[in-house]
Design a protein around this ligand. Structure first.
Ligand code: WTA
Length: 641
């Protein structure tokens, strides 16, 4: 840990807010919720029926109303979205234009028979029609479920099927690194056997030729005659706003379900505290909306604050590594929010490139998604922020809805420590505990838990209350288990050390081992597979796979590797491609049959192997070890890409 602190703040010193939150977190959040526009007020701030929390019970509101309608008197001509396509296209949507588009599209969805509570899957690239689709769903009480457009048809199918979506919204294609990704054909394949889907809406982004099926409609055709007025539904505070599938370590992806009032309250407050948002700011978050950072801090939080934001369609290093600096200079970005992976990549190319751009408009920098190395933090601070921008390292999860740990320059000035997400936001109770649930000592590794309900907390897992209880609330009696390791230092600062479970974070993307393994074993020649992550200089972590072939398979290993990679790309998507694949004759398992990934990881990282007393077959360890050593010698051959 780097003990050096950086005293850079924005001069805000509102210590009262923290004091209030310490004395009574429920009345604290009760006050915060009043920042939103409600159609009717709530009768109870928190209904806590552990582990189910319902915030602002009895209150009614609408997310799209809070994002758009409330700005029409004061900011109707203010740009909401400054969009830049990867190929240089650009569009500006004002708050008024965005509201008009949303009302029209809400009417389109209604005309296709959608009712409050129905689900819609959105599989779009980073174009304004993505937030427009989400806000239109929200306007009429339809639950949106956005699937990252890098996911494969199989992953998409699973998500559409689980949510039983009636409509899928997609595009003909999207631009990525200069080529067109044919999204519509991915949807065609995904819905082949799904009866639930009644209509598909296709936004024409690239104008490539597409095959239209009976269920398909063109976005432009549907919008042509749509009425520009659509009243927002008055929805109860706990009405589900969206499902976002996230990866777990067992079984299918989990449908994290977020509500409306509590979720938006946390977003409103954290956006103000962490990003210190002002009317004059130009905010730029590089996350794809397909992930939670995009849902919360590209769509809902900035729009609720009436902010102007940049939305970028493509790869951050296309056509070259200066693209982000070019965007910051061009749009005079003041707040920049990105991932450690992106920063590590930029840093590798040195200072000259960012130094040749005018980044002087920047006043605050943020990072999210994975631990940030202190040297990368310092590079961000010096080279990009010129030592005048506070860095906010924000820790949170799909499940928490919004930021939970972060410096809060919009609220208070505290010393920053490179690599630490610092302190909990006001009104939440976060701790580091041991196996038994007791607080660990200062500077001791333990599990990060949340001890009190918080407004942005997930309502449940879609259709599976039992799994919700089991995954998050069964390890400890009264605490939410985050799945992360952390330590807390002598100043009470939190340092996140990475996942304690088998969830992978590759280039900041959350990938579950279960989905990956099941796509590998769907290969005809494969009997069993186990994957784990090992550290990587740029991506933070990369995937390696251990594969047991069926008996008597005599195929060339290189051919098999290629085929397995193809299975993964089809099963999950290119982001889950294993970096290396090792063939072994058995996997190390516990007596109860669980694969010991910890062991695979240690072997792959050349670490000392810890306790193996629970192992079923010690031979498996030495076998995996020797297979690994052998393959390492011929490391060139094991690379899959
Ligand atoms: C990791 C992303 C270290 C962590 C918002 C968490 C982080 C998982 C940080 C959630 C951070 C997120 N420092 N690790 N600042 N932020 N993580 O659901 O392991 O995609 O549990 O949400 O990302 O990933 P998710």
């Amino acid at each position: 840990m780097d003990s050096k602190v950086f005293n850079v703040g924005l001069g805000n010193n509102d210590f009262e807010t923290r004091k209030k939150s310490d004395s009574d977190f429920i009345s604290f959040w009760n006050e915060q919720a009043k920042n939103l526009s409600w159609f009717s007020s709530w009768t109870k701030t928190l209904d806590w029926n552990p582990p189910f929390g319902r915030w602002f019970v009895g209150g009614t509101l609408n997310a799209s109303y809070n994002a758009l309608d409330i700005h029409q008197n004061t900011r109707s001509k203010k740009p909401a979205i400054l969009w830049e396509g990867e190929n240089g296209d650009s569009r500006t949507l004002t708050y008024n234009e965005l509201l008009t588009e949303v009302q029209k599209f809400s009417n389109v969805l209604k005309s296709l028979g959608l009712k409050k509570g129905d689900r819609v899957t959105i599989y779009l690239p980073m174009v304004p029609e993505l937030p427009i689709s989400m806000l239109s769903c929200a306007r009429i009480g339809v639950i949106h479920t956005v699937v990252f457009s890098g996911f494969s048809s199989n992953a998409l199918k699973e998500r559409i099927d689980d949510s039983k979506s009636k409509i899928v919204i997609t595009a003909d294609g999207g631009y990525r690194r200069g080529s067109v990704v044919k999204l519509k054909s991915v949807v065609d394949e995904a819905i082949q056997e799904l009866d639930c889907v009644q209509n598909v809406i296709v936004f024409e982004r690239t104008k490539i030729p597409i095959k239209m099926n009976p269920k398909d409609h063109l976005w432009s055709e549907l919008m042509k005659n749509a009425s520009t007025k659509c009243e927002p539904e008055k929805l109860s505070s706990d009405h589900p706003l969206y499902i976002l599938y996230t990866s777990g370590t067992t079984g299918k992806p989990k449908g994290v379900l977020h509500g409306t009032g509590g979720y938006l309250t946390q977003l409103y407050s954290t956006f103000k505290w962490a990003f210190d948002i002002k009317d004059s700011d130009v905010f730029f978050c590089t996350a794809d909306i397909g992930w939670v950072t995009g849902h919360s801090y590209v769509v809902y939080a900035p729009l609720m604050h009436g902010a102007t934001e940049v939305m970028y369609e493509g790869a951050p290093d296309y056509p070259d590594i200066s693209r982000m600096w070019d965007i910051i200079q061009k749009y005079k970005v003041t707040i920049f929010y990105t991932t450690p992976t992106a920063l590590r990549m930029f840093m590798r190319f040195g200072d000259d490139i960012p130094n040749s751009y005018d980044l002087s408009t920047l006043r605050l920098l943020g990072t999210v998604g994975e631990p940030i190395n202190p040297e990368v933090w310092k590079w961000y601070f010096k080279t990009i922020g010129k030592e005048k921008c506070p860095i906010i390292d924000t820790w949170w999860q799909t499940e928490t809805g919004g930021i939970m740990l972060s410096p809060l320059p919009g609220l208070e000035t505290i010393p920053l420590k490179p690599g630490s997400a610092t302190l909990p936001i006001p009104g939440v109770d976060i701790a580091v505990v041991d196996e038994g649930g007791k607080d660990v000592k200062v500077n001791t590794k333990g599990y990060l838990v949340i001890r009190k309900p918080w407004p942005g907390m997930l309502l449940t897992l879609w259709g599976d209350d039992e799994k919700y209880k089991a995954v998050y609330w069964s390890k400890y009696d009264h605490s939410y288990y985050s799945g992360d390791y952390a330590i807390r230092d002598e100043d009470g600062y939190f340092w996140i050390l990475g996942r304690a479970d088998d969830v992978l974070k590759v280039a900041g993307h959350r990938i579950g081992t279960a989905e990956l393994e099941s796509s590998i074993v769907s290969h005809n020649d494969v009997a069993e597979a186990a994957v784990c992550g090992i550290p990587h200089d740029i991506k933070g972590e990369v995937i390696i796979a251990f594969v047991v072939l069926k008996q008597q398979i005599q195929k060339n290993e290189q051919v098999l590797r290629k085929e397995i990679v193809e299975m993964v790309r089809k099963g999950v998507g290119p982001i889950a491609t294993p970096e290396q694949i090792y063939f072994v004759s058995k996997l190390p398992k516990t007596r109860s049959g669980k694969i010991m990934r910890r062991l695979l990881k240690s072997i792959a990282k050349n670490e000392k192997i810890g306790d193996t007393s629970t192992l079923e077959d010690e031979a498996a360890v030495s076998e995996v070890q020797s297979a690994f050593n052998e393959l390492k010698k011929s490391a060139k051959n094991t690379k899959t890409n």
